[in-house]
Design a binder for this molecule. Structure first.
Ligand code: SF4
Length: 702
């Protein structure tokens, strides 16, 4: 429990940071949240919370909350009424569309709204405003996993459950530092005493330190490693032949594609010994229940989607999809990244329906009582492509909701150029100023976690209730209310959201929209979600099982493809796009720390977290530090072909291999994205945040 003050009442809710989805209780006194504690009855965390969760309520009262709508007049952001703010927004959007076409508007959202808000926003943007160019900051973290699942299994959706971490006999984590980034999930590793834990990561992370086998691969060589394991498993006939025959397609093509991936070839690419690669292949193939988890080490790569497909190939060859303890499991980033994936409107239509499918569009048109021709037949631009279109002048107005791209988007100069090109920029956020709100023409103050109602879906597809404990400050409003009030101004509220007043109205429609789909909510009610502590989808009105029971996807071997078979997909390793050179000899890796969240808009305003982790650091191997005549705590500059990060504190440590350096990305003052590059996965459009070439220089004395 965090600093305990005497609460007058406790409100059940769900943590608003990461995708583990811990159940919480918020202690309220005199309309303030004075304390939080883990919900002992919640199936995810069983009462535990990590440092971020324990301090989450401090964000509500923190300095820097956005309090009033602000409109830029004569160069300065000036307080205006909500009526003025939303009328201006509607007028400016319509004026831009009249001049430059309906699709000259872009919208970038976040993974931190409630699902009811995503669903409402998607309808508003695509059917009310009338642009397809809508995406989330989830494209900076999870679009690769989505694309990989769709290609292999015919639909998005992690097949497994957290319980699998306790049931698996072999756990293979690839590019996943869950001890730091998903700490409460990591406690399940501790609980499983009979597992063999294998961690694949170029750094000796906290998670790698827990491993039975740490594979310190060279940066971005994971795909070559997995393909070599697949080849061993096929060549030595270790695969589950009956499962492969009955439930997959593409085996022969996969086998041919693996021809180059000899142990010798993979050893050269990964830097691992050949017997070690073979041993790991045998461990996975011989396991009773192999669990394969991954996060950003895989996703943040121009080869990310292919790597996810290779992981899925491994799970399919070993017949390990949807079995207790065994699954290819993408551990999501944000608290409701899954909600954006299900509720759709960016890479798919709601309920994982396909834009391209006339049947799917007709289904939705019938539920929404609109003409099917109003529903787009192809997705709009992904986040990086919206930014490129703004640079090119094709996107002329942008609405950014709950995200801070000036810190989080790669190669920040490109983004600044894009935002500088816009006729109108609206930023909706719980905090102001942020580096992004400072550039806006209009700032809309939003409620944050603790101040609004709805639901989140966590990484294991568990839908948990989010409840309002206190009112938002001053004139801030919930995102849900802002969306409906903008719909009023645009004249589309009655058509799109008839009679809607509360998030529960959106939830009721979403239950009908999701009915019959993989992410079926039709059997869920707010009361059932509350009383069970969260329900995994699919949960239909006729689901025979207890709502709180564990559900896995594809346990019957039937997938969401047309022939119900999963696809074995050939994949090919390639070096990362910007290799080190004599001018830029280090590979820069970026990542997180347990105390902070994203760009620190919230956690940077929380004193205890700031004290625990006040500034960024650069990790460098001792051999490199000696060569460059650098000492621990020196201040260094990090320089790439695109820019420079100044005055970062040096940590000299063997956690990082020679030739590599690591910088956390949270800190605006030492923004890693001043040096990262504009390179994206061609399938998912996710940025290659994890590798770029830099040099390190001692900073000039201040
Ligand atoms: Fe919140 Fe994630 Fe920490 Fe749980 S592990 S308390 S969901 S930040």
């Amino acid at each position: 429990t965090s600093a305990r003050k005497h609460a007058e009442r406790w409100v059940n809710s769900t943590c608003g940071y990461c995708s583990v989805g811990c159940g919480m209780q918020l202690g309220v006194r005199e309309n303030k949240v004075v304390s939080v504690r883990g919900n002992p009855h919640h199936p995810v965390n069983r009462g535990k919370l990590c440092p971020k969760g324990l301090a989450e309520h401090y964000a509500i009262e923190a300095e820097g909350r956005a309090l009033y709508p602000l409109l830029r007049r004569d160069g300065a952001l000036t307080r205006v009424s909500w009526d003025d703010a939303l009328s201006t927004m509607a007028e400016r959007f319509r004026a831009v569309q009249e001049k430059h076409g309906p699709e000259s508007i872009g919208v970038i959202s976040t993974g931190q709204l409630v699902t009811e808000e995503f669903y409402t926003l998607g309808k508003l943007v695509q059917l009310g405003i009338g642009t397809r160019h809508y995406d989330g900051n989830t494209t900076l973290c999870m679009s690769t996993a989505v694309a990989g699942y769709k290609r292999s299994f015919g639909s998005d959706g992690p097949p497994g459950a957290y319980q699998d971490l306790e049931l698996a006999d072999v756990i293979l984590l690839i590019g996943a530092n869950i001890a730091e980034n998903h700490p409460i999930l990591c406690t399940r590793l501790e609980a499983n005493k009979s597992k063999t834990l294998i961690v694949v990561d170029p750094r000796v992370t906290k998670t790698a330190m827990m491993a039975d086998l740490h594979l310190p691969i060279k940066p971005r060589s994971d795909l070559a490693l997995i393909n070599a394991m697949l080849r061993v498993i096929i060549d030595e006939h270790l695969y589950n032949e009956s499962y492969v025959d009955a439930h997959t397609s593409g085996f022969d093509e996969l086998r041919s594609s693996l021809e180059p991936y000899t142990l010798e070839y993979a050893a050269g690419i990964t830097g691992l010994d050949e017997p070690l690669i073979r041993r790991v292949a045998h461990l996975c193939a011989g396991a009773r229940a192999p669990f394969i988890g991954w996060t950003m080490g895989v996703n943040h790569s121009t080869k990310g989607t292919e790597t996810v497909n290779a992981i899925n190939n491994l799970a399919l060859l070993t017949g390990s999809v949807g079995r207790a303890g065994a699954s290819p499991f993408s551990i999501t980033g944000q608290c409701n990244a899954m909600g954006t994936r299900e509720a759709g409107f960016s890479s798919s239509l709601p309920g994982y329906r396909k834009f391209e499918s006339e049947d799917h569009r007709n289904e939705l048109a019938q539920i929404w009582n609109i003409d099917a021709s109003c529903i787009p037949a192809a997705r709009g631009l992904a986040y990086p492509d919206i930014i490129e279109a703004a640079v090119a002048g094709r996107i002329r107005a942008l609405w950014i909701i709950g995200t801070n791209p000036i810190v989080s988007f790669p190669n920040i100069d490109v983004l600044r150029h894009a935002l500088g090109n816009l006729d109108f920029l609206v930023v909706q956020d719980g905090f102001h100023p942020t580096p992004t709100t400072e550039l806006a023409h209009l700032v809309l103050p939003a409620a944050i976690w603790g101040e609004k109602e709805g639901s989140y879906t966590n990484s294991e597809r568990r839908v948990s209730k989010v409840n309002k404990a206190v009112n938002p400050p001053a004139e801030a409003r919930s995102d849900f209310d802002i969306f409906l009030q903008l719909a009023d101004k645009l004249g589309c509220r009655e058509e799109l959201f008839p009679q809607w007043q509360r998030p529960s109205d959106a939830f009721e429609e979403w239950r009908r929209v999701s009915s019959g789909r993989l992410c079926d909510y039709s059997g869920m009610t707010y009361d059932a979600i509350e009383s069970s502590g969260g329900i995994q989808w699919p949960f239909t009105a006729t689901s025979p099982d207890d709502p709180s029971s564990t559900r896995r996807l594809y346990a019957d071997g039937h997938f969401e493809t047309e022939d119900t078979r999963a696809r074995l997909i050939p994949t090919h390793w390639a070096p990362f796009p910007e290799q080190p050179s004599s001018e830029f000899p280090f590979v820069l890796n970026t990542g997180r720390t347990v105390e902070h969240w994203h760009t620190r808009t919230k956690t940077g305003a929380i004193s205890i977290l700031q004290q625990l982790s006040p500034r960024a650091w650069l990790e460098m191997n001792p051999t490199d530090a000696v060569r460059l005549n650098l000492k621990p705590h020196d201040r260094v500059d990090i320089v790439s072909a695109r820019g420079r990060v100044n005055r970062v504190e040096l940590r000299v440590t063997e956690i990082i291999a020679a030739g590599q350096v690591f910088l956390p990305f949270h800190f605006a003052e030492t923004n890693a994205n001043q040096v990262t590059q504009s390179a994206f996965d061609p399938i998912s459009r996710e940025p290659n945040f994890k590798q770029c070439a830099v040099r390190v220089e001692k900073s000039p004395t201040a």
